[in-house]
Design a protein. Structure first.
Length: 328
């Protein structure tokens, strides 16, 4: 059970904080920019996951601009997270609705003025606590665009963070911004690195006096200050492994963007991003959205559906491999 009065920390948002939770994994789909396909990806990943037989709840955390229900082919539910946050409906199970897809439920996002930026720490913790009490195996969080702290915190709270982008300069630029912001936010929320918080704040300012211009510089300065903290910092950096997904691909050059971002992140941040795949630009997407039907149900034989299923199986397999490594 979480203590709502405790300060914000990475640990207080993570699954380990909810020992009674039956949830196997939380997946979050984020992206630096609007309209890159986060809701489409969340919906179809949630459906693919539910088709493996797991119980899944898709949660629309794009507060204020919720539209995950449309990608899942449901009407706007009567009760949404607006009711939960305003305490009109404190029981999260009553905010949850079943979809027409077996094993898949939906918690719809707020439709009104409660924007992500306005969500208080206590509301965020309360929501995570209640989500972890749900009787499901997986949560799939559809996040709003951008790098507001609440969005970053939900992204970082997940076991699997998928970063979606499209092959356009603005989206690529925002992806780097998202990675950088999530990276520093993660380190700042880490209790074992509490001592270097002032240095992290300083590192965010490009003109800082310690001349920390990159995460590599930060690691150097922290190690110089305390070799022990340097080791801890390196460990935390290694745990940060967002997955990259390029959507609306048209050419091989578009596909290759994933590999360049991965190598830039390794070089500049020391972060091992995983490029989990790409999705073609396909008219089946807008046709299914227009018909308010999930892509997977409307075009079950399309290449995109195959791609979603491959990615979902890959993520599940990776989790199994990690668990078996822990056993031996
Ligand atoms: N692979 C694709 N091929 C064709 N159109 C696509 C593809 N992916 C997404 N779209 C279209 O792009 C638009 C945006 O998709 P979506 O709403 O999923 O993005 P989003 O990132 O959730 O946006 P927002 O930030 O506004 O929540 C939709 O109209 C969708 O039909
Ligand atoms: Mg969306």
């Amino acid at each position: 059970m979480s203590n709502l009065a405790e300060p914000e920390s990475q640990e207080s948002f993570s699954k380990q904080h909810y020992p009674n939770s039956r949830i196997k994994q939380v997946w979050a789909i984020g992206g630096g920019k609007g309209g890159v396909g986060k809701s489409l990806i969340s919906a179809n990943m949630a459906i693919s996951l539910a088709r493996t037989g797991a119980k899944v709840c898709a949660v629309d955390l794009d507060l204020g601009c919720a539209n995950l229900h449309t990608c899942l082919g449901t009407e706007i539910p009567q009760t949404t997270l607006s009711d939960f946050f305003s305490r009109r409906e404190p029981d999260i199970n009553k905010v949850l609705i079943e979809t027409e897809i077996p094993n898949l439920s939906l918690i719809s996002g707020a439709q009104d003025a409660i924007g992500v930026a306005n969500l208080k720490h206590t509301q965020k913790s309360k929501l995570l606590e209640k989500l972890h009490e749900l009787d499901v195996d997986y949560l799939v969080l559809d996040l709003g665009a951008g790098t507001a702290y609440n969005t970053l915190d939900f992204f970082l709270s997940a076991d699997v963070g998928v970063l979606a982008l499209i092959p356009e300069p603005t989206s690529i630029e925002n992806t780097y911004r998202f990675i950088k912001s999530a990276y520093y936010r993660k380190l700042k929320l880490c209790q074992s690195l509490f001592e270097i918080r002032p240095m992290l704040d300083m590192a965010m300012d490009q003109k800082n006096p310690l001349e920390i211009r990159s995460p590599a510089d930060l690691l150097r300065e922290v190690t110089r200050y305390s070799p022990d903290l340097g080791v801890r910092l390196r460990e935390e950096i290694q745990k940060f492994r967002p997955k990259l997904l390029i959507n609306q691909v048209r050419t091989q050059a578009d596909i290759d963007i994933g590999f360049s971002i991965k190598s830039v992140c390794k070089k500049y941040f020391g972060v091992n991003m995983e490029y989990i795949g790409y999705l073609d630009y396909d008219s089946a997407v807008w046709q299914s959205v227009r018909r308010r039907r999930p892509l997977i149900l409307e075009f079950p034989t399309s290449k995109l559906v195959g791609n979603f299923e491959r990615m979902v199986h890959h993520i599940l397999q990776e989790d199994k491999n990690q668990k078996s490594q822990l056993v031996y």
